[in-house]
Design a protein. Structure first.
Length: 85
């Protein structure tokens, strides 16, 4: 991962675009990270990891009750003892 100041990235964007194709670039402002430049393949990989998250503070009481009462189907249950070392 490369780290460069934001003004440096702005002045030499073509260079940092090429660098980002090999490894992400972090642009900093006043010494703190402000912008992350990933390659297209890294971005696609990150998008694949994106999935909805259940936030309890935004859920109704009925939804929370449903989660609490949920059970793993019998055919998907397993014991840690069944997992090989």
């Amino acid at each position: 991962m490369s780290i460069a100041s934001l003004p440096e990235v702005q002045k030499n964007f073509g260079h940092y675009q090429d660098v980002a194709c090999a490894a992400p670039v972090v642009a900093t402002q006043y010494g703190k990270p402000t912008v992350f430049i990933p390659s297209t393949s890294d971005y696609e990989w990150l998008k694949e990891l994106d999935h909805p998250v259940l936030r309890l503070n935004r859920s109704s009481d009925d939804e929370i009750t449903e989660v609490i009462q949920a059970e793993i189907p019998t055919e998907h249950r397993y014991s840690l003892a069944e997992i090989p070392d």
